[in-house]
Design a protein around this ligand. Structure first.
Ligand code: GAR
Length: 200
């Protein structure tokens, strides 16, 4: 059985879907939900589901990312995870941290990578006149929002979409994609998951 730690910064809707998926014959179980924000809504949602939680507040480490990551890493080691899932974890990680978890760390990003790395993905996709949007799960490497693709879900962009409406459609697709990728990844299968019109 693989041990999974989930890192988040916000409400944790993806975390909830991941945790709920890890039952029965699933090859993994959640062992820790960890946040850089002690007030993150995802921490209480994890605790309600019986998953151990921890927070390492990044703010006292301002200007010293490495020191923050040392504490994060130490806290993770206590939970001895085999796999890390970044699920709305909004801190940039240094190459030093990523190296330690390389091949064992997944991230979900709300765009069809390699398009729209970084922030404000939905507004940028709409501004570019895209007819299709979606989300990507990839292994984390030292390059921001890059690394081997492990899954992608596509949704249509519809007439009249605002960034908020599109974000909600993509988030629904994220909730299908991430659990599907984690199940495969935890079983040692690196074949990318493809979901077309996942929420359409
Ligand atoms: C998700 O849309 C995720 O793709 C995005 O943050 C949201 C977290 O929502 N991640 C990034 O933008 C990473 N660069 P959640 O807390 O409800 O899962």
């Amino acid at each position: 059985m693989k041990r999974v730690a989930i890192l988040l910064s916000g409400g944790g809707s993806n975390m909830v879907k991941l945790v709920e998926s890890m039952t029965g014959d699933h090859p993994a179980r959640p062992v820790l939900v960890l946040s850089n924000d002690p007030a993150a809504g995802g921490l209480s949602r994890a605790a309600e589901r019986g998953v151990p939680t921890a927070a390492v507040d990044h703010r006292p480490f301002r200007g010293d990312r490495t020191a923050f990551e040392e504490v994060l890493h130490a806290r993770l080691l206590e939970a001895a995870p085999d796999i890390l899932c970044l699920a709305g974890f909004m801190r940039i990680l240094t190459a030093g941290f990523i190296d330690r978890w390389q091949g064992r760390m997944l991230n979900i990003h709300p765009s069809l990578l390699p398009k729209y790395r970084g922030l404000h993905t939905h507004a940028r996709a709409l501004a570019a006149g895209e007819t299709e949007a979606g989300c990507t799960v990839h292994e984390v490497t030292a390059d921001l929002d890059d690394g081997p693709l492990r899954g992608q879900a596509r949704v249509p962009v519809l007439p009249g979409d605002t960034a908020e409406v599109l974000a909600a459609r993509v988030l629904a697709a994220e909730h299908l994609l991430y659990p599907a990728v984690l199940r495969r990844f935890a079983a040692g299968d690196l074949t990318p998951v493809r979901l077309d019109s996942a929420a359409g």
